[in-house]
Design a binder for this molecule. Sequence first.
Ligand code: COA
Length: 387
Amino acid sequence: MTVGIDKLAFYTPGLALDMVELAKARGDEPDKYTIGIGQSVQSVVPNYEDVVTMGVNAAKKILTAADIEAIEMLIFATESGVDNSKSAAVFAQKLLNLSPYIRTIEMKQACYAGTYGLMQAKDYVRLHPDKKVLVIAADIARYGLKTAGEVTQGAGAIAIVVSADPAIAAIEDDSVYMSQDVPDFWRPVASTTALVDGHLSTDIYKEMFLTLWSRYTAKTKLALADFAGFAFHLPYTKMGKKALDQILDQATPEQQKFLQEQLAASQVYNRQVGNLYTGSVYLALLSLLQQGQIIAGQRLAVFSYGSGAEAELFSLKIQENFQSAIVGQDVVTMLADRRLLSVSEYEDVFNSQLFDYQVDATTAGPKNTDRCQFVGWQNGHRRYQMS
Ligand code: COA
């Protein structure tokens, strides 16, 4: 029996910031942002969106009545959750009209938690093949105005339905993983912005990828030539190149060229969105599936990394009808439809987030939308609206 990704959807808010404009405002060379780091645009989160709304907005693009009937677990991966006690999954369960008789849980380990959720989902469906699991990976990458990490901000959510006989990709039983205590990125409980040693993070990411690649190839006896592409966790798109470059000499020049083209295809969406932490590696996967040269039967590698640090490398087998399963995901239009902000508008939006639960407040999101919105605080409770 194969188990894996049956449906895959992406959502990002409708505001965005051009990285050339940000570079100019910060006194940096635009090429540093667009070439050196590899980011062109970043999604900006208005105060009527959060990880719950983004996750719900992603999931409702794909859930049918049959899915809702079969879903027995909702795993919500995030490192920018809205509550230190109540899981984002419980909010999402209600907003998505899922059954009350399901398990709901929030998971955290920096950008890695979505992959942990996916693996839990795979194992659960293997034991209960008539059931499905919904995995949501949603985050807001928020480093702060005028920080080195600002260019790598972003936001969005991925929703994945895991089932038996999946339409998109089977998750192979070939994972290798590792964990080690590293001070490369963290967010103290009282802080609304992440703290990061970006250069250390890059080094650890590269090291863990190399270590896991060699464990993976030793364990599976597969070689670079067996892969049609890689979906890397992309805190910024240059990171994927830095990782892949370390092993490219294991392929022929022709294979190297092909893998580099596939890498570029996997970076298309992340370059336009920025970092979405837990969802980034799966946005890279969606980008590769839609923008790359993929045919059924091929094997893709997925490298998931979460600072702190934990990483996992595994492969996916592309299924016969994967094209029809992803064709409805019109990411290009969603990205093009975002409203571009000036730098000062972006700074105002950045500063308008409603973090203070002690002050009753209402957001001013657009009316007549079918999207889920955070409408504000009332007596210390977060209020959501699903029109
Ligand atoms: N034209 C082209 N490239 C340029 C350039 C220019 N004018 N100026 C600089 N660059 C290149 C640099 O050579 C460097 O490339 P390299 O990494 O291949 O050597 C790149 O741009 C970045 O320059 P750097 O000086 O390292 O930038 P920085 O000190 O501002 O840090 C990040 C960049 C990405 C490390 C920083 O934004 C960050 O920490 N972001 C957060 C990353 C993160 O989230 N990590 C944790 C999750 S995995």
